[in-house]
Ligand binder design. Structure first.
Ligand code: NAP
Length: 184
């Protein structure tokens, strides 16, 4: 079981535009050619099959709801961190949390069992997991788009120990997955 921050970021380190939008990612359509790499098809499905619990901040949650595409984490217990009262989509197993992440992470890990805990984001919530030493892995898919401004992958500076690179995977569409172990 691993606690993973699995996220897509622009080449200059942003996970969303300054206004919170993700068109740069959702409508990205690159092609790096067959020689570079492997297809992205099925990658997300393989990752998600190993997930037993998810966590997200309210900004990410509200973005997902506003997209109107239905709840993407059906059947997976999902913790939303917020100090406010928010709506829950039909049939979604959403639990709200307000306060320190450590006790919630304990509850999430117990529910996830053998599977992984996915910190969906954003950078605000992911930073709290990192600060508390609760992140095991950082899996960043770098999208070759330069935004110039936006919401950062982490909202705060990480500990000074270097992350340990455990894998790189270039994809046919020009994205590259970087996998790091968080050294404690
Ligand atoms: N590119 C990607 O793969 C990716 C992944 C995830 C998210 N995103 C994008 O990133 C953007 C949001 O990122 P973000 O870093 O600004 O926000 P975020 O982490 O999603 O949400 C932050 C908000 O959550 C609430 N919160 C956070 N920690 C809390 C705690 N411990 N207890 C209670 N409430 C807490 C607070 O709001 P309240 O208390 O006011 O509710 C806080 O302002 C969105 O646009 C989203 O779409 C992109």
């Amino acid at each position: 079981m691993s606690t993973q921050y699995y996220v897509a970021q622009s080449l200059d380190g942003y996970i969303a535009e300054a206004d919170g939008t993700l068109d740069w990612l959702l409508s990205y359509d690159g092609d790096a050619g067959d020689d570079v790499s492997q297809a992205t098809e099925g990658e997300y499905g393989r990752f998600f099959a190993q997930v037993g619990a998810v966590a997200m901040g309210s900004a990410t949650y509200e973005f997902i709801l506003a997209e109107g595409g239905g709840w993407p984490y059906q059947g997976i217990p999902s913790w939303v961190f917020s100090s406010r009262e928010l709506a829950v989509p039909e049939g979604a197993d959403v639990r709200f949390a307000d306060g320190p992440v450590a006790p919630v992470h304990e509850e999430m890990s117990a529910e996830a069992g053998e599977r992984n805990v996915w910190v969906v984001g954003g950078g605000n919530l992911a930073s709290q997991f990192a600060t508390e030493g609760l992140l095991d892995e950082l899996i960043v898919t770098v999208v070759p788009v330069w935004l110039g401004d936006g919401m950062p992958t982490f909202a705060k500076r990480l500990q000074d120990k270097p992350l340990r690179l455990t894998g790189t995977r270039p994809f046919k569409n020009g994205m590259t997955e970087l996998r790091y172990e968080v050294v404690r």
